[in-house]
Design a protein around this ligand. Structure first.
Ligand code: 5MM
Length: 341
């Protein structure tokens, strides 16, 4: 099998209609924050128990085509010595891994951020591939203020994403490219649209510059919406219209799938917005799906509380959100479905 065939097979397995991606790749500081909300200590054993519960949820494969894991999870095993990720792979769920090493300030450009981790990336990809990973994920973040992100910030982040994507493809790993314009702040929907458009334009220019094959990239962007402290809350239809306008202007039709992040929206809000996006664009050139972290896992953590060792109710909570988001991917979600189990 050539590298191109390998990338194509992975993309086809991830980008399935009626399915999306579960982002379970919280780094150590992030998972500690999530566990703190339910008063659970973030130990290796607790992280293993929680992620085992996610990965073994019955029928997950009906709604989830791929899971993004954190590096630590790839090395963890069940008490019987079986890799934790086997439960996914055996059911045809594609395994991916977060390969960035987190963000920090961009030097001499206060207000911009940059993501670290390009050094040694090729070696780490080879190791993750030997552990079963077929795709990777890298996230750049953009905080909106009156002046930021700046031109320098937008260009540096795009260049970094493209360099990461090129290394992935050279090693037969499909890159998920995640430029996240953050929801934090009081900016308007129009300002988010302007920033997202500038960010996506720069990202695709950089991907072209670095010879990245767009057919073998999954895009994981924010939806276009107002900041969480903005006074006027846009409706799902307004968010869908603004989001589609920006992505039609900037994302080439060669991209197979756009899998939105949830970015701090409530689970029901993220599902309703994804549904509105699909309902208003049934002939889209890309699959329009989800790669949610919090919007899939928040109810799971609430049900689990670190206590439910059998995982029954927590797995039910995951299944419910996965099923509703799969419906939203088809534009077939209705808020009344929230009442179901
Ligand atoms: C699940 O969280 C991912 C890792 O985040 P950190 O690097 O901060 O630990 C994150 O990249 C996530 O995949 C995206 O932000 C989307 O998650 P949400 O919760 O926004 O859907």
């Amino acid at each position: 099998m050539t590298i191109t065939d390998e990338l194509q097979a992975t993309v086809e397995q991830i980008a399935q209609s009626g399915k999306g991606i579960l982002a379970a790749d919280e780094s150590l500081p992030t998972i500690a924050k999530r566990f703190a909300q339910i008063k659970v200590e973030s130990t290796a054993q607790n992280r293993r128990a929680y992620r085992a519960l996610l990965f073994t949820a019955p029928a997950l494969e009906n709604y989830i085509s791929a899971v993004i894991a954190f590096e630590e999870t790839l090395g963890q095993k069940t008490d019987d010595g079986v890799p934790l990720t086997d439960a996914l792979v055996q059911r045809g769920i594609v395994l991916g891994v977060k390969v960035d090493k987190g963000t920090g300030p961009l030097a001499l450009s206060r207000g911009d951020h940059i993501t670290f981790g390009l050094d040694g990336l090729a070696e780490r990809l080879q190791r993750f591939k030997s552990q079963g990973a077929r795709f990777a994920k890298w996230r750049e973040v953009y905080q909106i203020s009156d002046r930021y992100p700046s031109f320098v910030g937008i260009s540096a982040n795009a260049e970094t994403l493209a360099r990461y994507a090129a290394v992935c493809q050279a090693h037969g790993i499909v890159p998920i490219v995640e430029p996240e314009v953050l929801i934090d702040g009081d900016h308007s929907l129009a300002r988010c649209a302007d920033v997202t458009q500038a960010v996506q334009t720069a990202v695709f220019q950089a991907l072209h510059r670095h010879h990245v094959a767009l057919e073998h990239v999954i895009l994981k962007p924010n939806m276009v919406m107002q900041g969480k402290d903005h006074t006027v809350k846009a409706s799902a239809d307004e968010i869908a219209r603004a989001t589609l306008r920006v992505f039609r202007r900037t994302v080439p039709a060669a991209i197979p799938s756009i899998n939105f992040l949830s970015g701090g929206m409530s689970p029901a809000e993220a599902t309703a917005n994804l549904n509105a996006i699909n309902a208003s664009h049934p002939t889209s050139p890309w699959l329009l799906s989800f790669s949610f972290g919090r919007a899939l896992q928040q109810p799971v953590l609430q049900a689990w509380q670190g206590k439910d060792r059998t995982g029954g109710s927590a797995q039910q909570a995951l299944l419910k959100r996965a099923r509703l988001n799969a419906a939203a991917q088809a534009g077939a979600y209705d808020a009344a479905m929230e009442a179901s189990h």
